[in-house]
Design a protein around this ligand. Structure first.
Ligand code: HEM
Length: 297
């Protein structure tokens, strides 16, 4: 028996399980949207969904687990493409659309984090608004497109989270997906795993918006930026540095692209420095994130 049969093929498992978690996430999100109100006392509304709505706690935890797992699997799937230099096979336009879709997945997770309505959520929303507003000229109008202070604080994140972002993600990845429904095995594994998770694992306790706490943490993927914000101005930590890394990832197909594919994947030291620079930056960001998650910011 060949190795590929014995060792599970991770490259093909990641996107298939990812699709099954996306389906669970969308279905549970639709259930939550019937009860969620993005105005008034949002924290209380979310607490009521958890305690008063039949199985509300279950659907919240199911949606949370499915959303997190979906995005983590998409990040690993992208990393797998990166490490195996698969970007070389893609035309620039297609690669940029796919990376954009991954970014929008992170934005969906971020807006979901805001929708919780607790102290951490309000804090994360305000930091996001402040970072956007530091952009010269376009900052304030741009931030108003995503989030506003006052009564309507949750409304735009709600609209993006439940409607615009999922639709845009599906639009961007449609050409990349061969089968929208993973075969029965993957679908069952995803559904059973997530249902068991939602039944057994307790969510972290929510912090009421008015509570006094020593420090407030953002979502896990934001912790690296939160750490940088301690040392650098918001424009640098939140826009310029992430923007430059992102630009680097966008243009990867141009740096080794078709030439590498045609050559049969031989090592090109001249172009590999670019790839290694991106890799080092990803490792640095991962280390900052882990450090903040373990030892605090
Ligand atoms: C790619 C798709 C999606 C992802 C990754 C995602 C992820 C998340 C996450 C992580 C949360 C925070 C949950 C918590 O911390 O308790 C959340 C909240 C929420 N999501 Fe989604 N979601 C997605 C799509 C949707 C859709 C399509 C809808 C509705 C049609 C929806 C409705 C909601 C609602 C109402 C909340 C707030 C209630 C709560 O916090 O439990 N989501 N989402």
């Amino acid at each position: 028996m060949s190795d590929s049969r014995i060792i599970p093929n991770l490259s093909s498992w990641l996107p298939r399980i990812g699709l099954s978690t996306l389906i669970v996430c969308l279905a549970s999100g639709i259930v939550l949207a019937f009860y969620y109100r993005p105005a008034g006392d949002v924290f209380r509304n979310v607490e009521e969904i958890t305690t008063h709505v039949p199985f509300g706690w279950f659907f919240r935890q199911l949606h949370y687990g499915a959303g997190q797992l979906f995005v983590i699997l998409m990040l690993l799937h992208t990393l797998d493409h990166f490490l195996k230099r698969r970007y070389a096979r893609y035309p620039l336009r297609v690669w940029v659309s796919l990376i954009l879709a991954v970014l929008l997945c992170l934005l969906t997770l971020f807006t979901g984090f805001i929708l919780k309505g607790d102290k951490e959520a309000v804090f994360a929303g305000r930091i996001f608004m402040n970072i956007l507003q530091t952009m010269p000229a376009v900052g304030i109008p741009l931030s108003r497109l995503f989030i506003r202070s006052g009564e309507d604080f949750f409304f735009l994140p709600y609209l993006y989270h439940c409607l615009f972002l999922p639709l845009l993600i599906i639009y961007l990845i449609q050409g990349h997906i061969r089968e929208w429904f993973p075969d029965k095995g993957f679908m069952t594994a995803g559904v059973v795993g997530l249902f068991l998770y939602a039944f057994w694992i307790q969510p972290d306790p929510a912090i009421p918006p008015g509570a006094m706490v020593e420090s407030v943490k953002g979502p896990w993927f934001f912790l690296g930026i939160q750490t940088l914000l301690k040392f650098l101005p918001p424009l640098m930590a939140g826009i310029i540095i992430p923007g430059l890394v992102l630009m680097g990832v966008f243009i990867l197909p141009l740096t080794s692209g078709k030439r590498r594919a045609e050559d049969g994947g031989g090592v090109h030291l001249k172009t590999d420095w670019f790839r290694y620079t991106i890799l080092v930056l990803i490792v640095i960001y991962g280390t900052l994130t882990l450090k903040a998650a373990i030892w605090g910011i």
